[in-house]
Design a protein around this ligand. Structure first.
Ligand SMILES: Nc1ncnc2c1ncn2[C@@H]1O[C@H](COP(=O)(O)OP(=O)(O)O)[C@@H](O)[C@H]1O
Ligand SMILES: [Mg+2]
Length: 261
C-alpha cells in the first residue's frame, strides 16, 4: 500500500477533486484535491490568506463561493451542486471562524430548531432538554447561557463552547472546524479539545481541523496533514508534518513548486 497519499482511492467519505473556487470573480482555490476517510482527522494548515476558510465554506456549499471546476463527493453522493442545507442533511458540519450572533434568538431555541430540521435526531422536548443540559455540563458551560441570545456578548471561548455543543448534538459524519483554537485561553482550549475527543469517540465522526497554529494539535489525535499555500495544496503527509511546520514555518513550503494534481 502506498503511504504517500490517500488520493485516488474510492471509499473516502469526502473526495474533493480538482476543485477551483472563485469569490467575486477572483479565483482563490486552484485544482485542489483532498480526501478524508470516515472517522479520520485531517488537519489543514497554511498561512493567513492561503484559502483554508474558502475550502471549508466551499465544501459546506456556501453560495458566496463559485465552483469554477472540479467535484465534491461525500458519502458516495456528488454534492457539487447541492445547497448548504442539503449538505448539512447529508452530514457535513462547519464551524465558522467568526460565529454569527443572532439577537432575539435564545441559544436553546436555536439548538432546538436546528435539531428539528434533522429527522434522524427526532427527540421529545423533554429528551432534548435533558440532552442539551448533559452536553452543557460536559463542556463546562454555564446553563445560564442556554437562555441568552445566541452568541450576543459571548466571549470567544463561550462561542466555541456553543459550537462544540452544536457539534455534539448534531453528530455529523464530517465536522470542519475553522480556526477553532484562535482566541482561546488555556481553559477554553481544554474544553474544545474535550468536545473534539467526545465527538470522535461517541459519533465516530471525521474531522477537518483548519488552523495556522499547532497548539490545539497537541491535544487531538491527528491522522493526516495537508498544507495549503496560495490556494493550492502543496503537501500531504502524516502527523510528523506538524513538527516540521513548527520548526521551519510555512516559508519552507511556499518556496516549493505547487504539487501537480
Ligand atoms: N468574500 C471575499 N471576497 C474577496 N476575497 C476574498 C473573500 N474571501 C476570501 N477572499 C480572499 O481569498 C483569499 C483566501 O482567504 P481565506 O480562505 O480566508 O484564507 P485563510 O482562511 O487561509 O486565511 C484571501 O486572499 C482573501 O483575501
Ligand atoms: Mg481562515
Amino acid at each position: 500500500m502506498s503511504e504517500t497519499t490517500n488520493l485516488n482511492h474510492s471509499n473516502a467519505l469526502l473526495e474533493v477533486r480538482d476543485l477551483s473556487i472563485s469569490v467575486e470573480d477572483a479565483e482563490i482555490l486552484h485544482h485542489v484535491d483532498l480526501d478524508v476517510d470516515a472517522g479520520q482527522c485531517l488537519v489543514l494548515m497554511g498561512p493567513n490568506g492561503a484559502g483554508k476558510t474558502t475550502l471549508g465554506h466551499a465544501i459546506m456549499g456556501d453560495a458566496a463561493y463559485t465552483v469554477d471546476g472540479g467535484t465534491i463527493d461525500f458519502d458516495g453522493e456528488d454534492l457539487t451542486d447541492l445547497s448548504a442545507d442539503k449538505r448539512a442533511l447529508a452530514g457535513i458540519f462547519l464551524s465558522y471562524q467568526a460565529p454569527v450572533e443572532i439577537p432575539g434568538v435564545p441559544l436553546y431555541s436555536f439548538l432546538r430548531t436546528i435539531c428539528q430540521k434533522r429527522p434522524e435526531l427526532k427527540m421529545s422536548a423533554r429528551q432534548f432538554r435533558q440532552r442539551v443540559r448533559e452536553l452543557a455540563a460536559e463542556l463546562d458551560m454555564d446553563p445560564g447561557y442556554l437562555t441568552r441570545e445566541l452568541n450576543v456578548g459571548f466571549s470567544g471561548g463561550e462561542k466555541k463552547k456553543v459550537e462544540m455543543l452544536q457539534l455534539l448534538l448534531l453528530q455529523p459524519k464530517l465536522a470542519i472546524l475553522d480556526e477553532t483554537d484562535s482566541g482561546l485561553d488555556v481553559d477554553a482550549l481544554a474544553i474544545v479539545s474535550k468536545g473534539i475527543e467526545t465527538y470522535r469517540r461517541e459519533c465516530k465522526g471525521a474531522l477537518i481541523i483548519i488552523t495556522h497554529n499547532t497548539r490545539i494539535l497537541e491535544r487531538v489525535e491527528v491522522d493526516r496533514v495537508a498544507v495549503m499555500v496560495d490556494g493550492r495544496i502543496v503537501e500531504h503527509g502524516g502527523p510528523s508534518l506538524i513538527a516540521d511546520i513548527d520548526e521551519r514555518g510555512f516559508e519552507a513550503f511556499e518556496a516549493r513548486e505547487p504539487k501537480e494534481a
